[in-house]
Design a protein around this ligand. Sequence first.
Ligand SMILES: Nc1ncnc2c1ncn2[C@@H]1O[C@H](COP(=O)(O)OP(=O)(O)O)[C@@H](O)[C@H]1O
Ligand SMILES: [Mg+2]
Length: 74
Amino acid sequence: MTAVSETIFHTKDLTKVYRSGAQEVHALRGVDFRAARGEFIVILGPSGSGKSTFLNIVGGLDMATAGEAWFEDH
Ligand SMILES: Nc1ncnc2c1ncn2[C@@H]1O[C@H](COP(=O)(O)OP(=O)(O)O)[C@@H](O)[C@H]1O
Ligand SMILES: [Mg+2]
């Protein structure tokens, strides 16, 4: 029997640009991500690579500049 994993969170082409005056910081450039129910995931990367930005958007605390962030069918 094959277990079919249910997607809980997913993102498509998730993009975040911070703008302060003329300065632009491209924190996320087209992130495609999928998390299945019960899956254990570690997000690794150096400081400033966009981990918090990503989690803030997926967690509903911040808005993406472009792309999609889904929780179940929302
Ligand atoms: N509120 C903000 N305004 C402008 N730039 C930001 C802001 N938050 C994060 N950044 C910039 O976005 C990039 C990603 O930051 P962040 O998501 O905090 O990375 P991490 O959590 O991996 O250290 C960095 O260049 C950071 O300086
Ligand atoms: Mg962080």
